[in-house]
Design a protein. Structure first.
Length: 272
């Protein structure tokens, strides 16, 4: 039925595309809203109130205290998966818009739209698998405090220096060049159908991972699930992917991170 409507008269086709597009974007922003809402509810200040009586103290104690290093892996992985979806989905919006604007192709389909998004988020789920393991390891070795932030100046310095240096790398620039030109990507790598959309989404996810992995590791500096850090990092990663603004953000941010890393390193050496 959907295919017959799309192949009908131009007014009917335009109406179907308009309502289909609205449903797709509502689903996309609903995903982001749910992810941020759940993360907010997992904050200690939120769980100490009415939510404790609704869900039970044991549930939240298990899910929201991974930084002791004693929580099960699934709880830490769930946290990272939510955090990655909440932070990275908004940065993918310009690419999704470019894809959705290709209405003369099957990009107008809800199935291909969400296949592209699902593949992109699957890549970040893979990152979450690694990050969750790293968090448990660092917590058990005593490198992370109760808020998920590093309590080791040496670790803080290393993370900041790596993230700052990566801002100037050829790999970062190569990945950003693709993120900033999604239309060119689709023209060069177009694959039809739901399977094709998933494959393109996977490639775009890997490109995005190449852009942002180092900044995401700074969660161990700002505090894992710290809402202020999450919001600021999401803003910078989104700005970096914009063609005009991004070039004004990437290298200055690198200098700031390198400077902060050097300060932390000096403090670490002085404290020996």
């Amino acid at each position: 039925m959907g295919a017959s409507l799309l192949s009908g008269s131009p007014p009917m086709r335009n109406m179907v595309l308009r309502y289909s597009g609205a449903a797709q974007w509502l689903g996309f922003f609903a995903l982001i809203l749910v992810a941020w809402s759940v993360i907010y509810l997992m904050q200690p200040s939120a769980t100490e109130a009415e939510l404790l009586r609704i869900y039970g103290a044991d549930f939240w104690a298990t899910l929201c205290a991974p930084l002791t290093g004693q929580s099960p892996y699934w709880a830490v992985l769930s946290m990272w998966a939510l955090m990655s979806a909440a932070m990275m989905a908004p940065t993918f919006a310009p690419t999704l818009k470019t894809y959705r604007d290709l209405t003369h192709t099957e990009a107008a389909s809800t199935q291909t739209f969400f296949a592209l998004l699902a593949a992109y988020l699957t890549v970040w789920l893979g990152f979450s698998v690694v990050a969750a393991g790293a968090q448990l390891l660092l917590a058990r070795q005593g490198f992370l405090g109760a808020d998920g932030a590093s309590v080791s100046l040496a670790l803080t310095s290393v993370l900041l220096l790596v993230a700052g240096g990566y801002q100037f790398s050829h790999a970062k620039e190569a990945c950003l060049s693709k993120c900033r030109a999604p239309l060119m990507f689709f023209m060069q790598h177009w694959k039809p159908g739901v399977t094709g959309a998933f494959r393109m989404g996977w490639t775009l996810g890997m490109v995005c991972l190449g852009c942002c992995w180092a900044l995401m590791t700074l969660g161990f500096v700002g505090g894992v699930m710290n809402l202020a850090w999450m919001g600021l990092a999401t803003l910078f990663m989104a700005l970096e992917k914009l063609p005009d603004i991004g070039r004004l953000v990437t290298k200055p941010l690198g200098f700031v991170l390198l400077g902060a890393g050097l300060v932390a390193g000096v403090q670490a050496i002085a404290g020996l």
